[in-house]
Write a protein of this length. Sequence first.
Length: 340
Amino acid sequence: MNSRWTRWSVLGIPYESADNDYTPIDAEKTLFVGNKEVAHNRYTLQTLAITLMVAVCAKDMTALAVDLRPDNCRFHHIDAEDSPHEDLMAHFDRAVDLIDEELVDRGGRVMVWCGAGWSRSVTIVAAYLMRRDRCTGDEALELIRRVRPKINPNAGFVAQLRLYHEMNYRLDVTHREYRVFAVIALRRRVWTDKYWSDTRVGALQRQFSEPMRRYFHKMAKSVAKRESPPVVAITGAKTGRYHCRDCDGVVADELNVLRTADADSGHGSGAEECDKMFVEPMEWMLPSICVQKKGDLLCGNCSVPLGAFKWKAFKCDCLLHQPLQDSTVFKIMKTQVVYK
Ligand SMILES: [Zn+2]
Ligand SMILES: [Zn+2]
């Protein structure tokens, strides 16, 4: 029992707030989408017998909801903004697993909520319905729209649902398109961040480290390590790596090179078209890319210049790189590396 609810109970005013806005998605009323007001209304949550809340919002919005939740109601938080560039997809698997477990294994009831109950929460519920029904993102959204017509997931989330379908309802960090998306999400976050307006380097690095840390954590299974890249085990077929021409140190694995589905035929594809390749951020770059908006990319081993980076992204007019759009941040000159 928390103090706030105790006060309400003593006064005897459990109530259904006018700001409550929620919709059962299924006929059995076990899965709901709602806004943040309903998440703070213990009376409503108790009446609906909610046993799991999935909160899709900034962290500072959850404290009171955690406090006010009914006894035995579990809580799962997804820290995400309602922005087309937010990587909500990174949270799909865990959320879908939890919802499925709650509804199927425990026979519970789930409330997924965000600010308005239109975009973030709807996207999470759509991901759940997709895997459950083996359907597309559009079909899942249509199912929700039938009972909650005002839903309005942002275009970036709709695209993430499409990619989730393509990955067969499990996040696949080795998927080319996902890797390009992850770099764009990171670039957007870093480039638009107030980070750059701050001139204190120590503070800069602390702020900067958060999106970067999250990025590397997410990609940890496959990001190249200079000594023993784990990529080989994951991709199986692709064993090639790019080495520094001067010192032979490993610069990148094949998987670290950004490609679109069109150009996904491995090493050599489009090699004649462009003298550059664009890669993901890698840990050996960190000393340079954390403290400047743009600069040289030096070999982490021998410090010879391999290329350059620009958080605003480079423009490359070749056909190969046009579809990569704004993920072209880290450029390596092919003349500086050897593929073997
Ligand atoms: Zn080198
Ligand atoms: Zn190019």
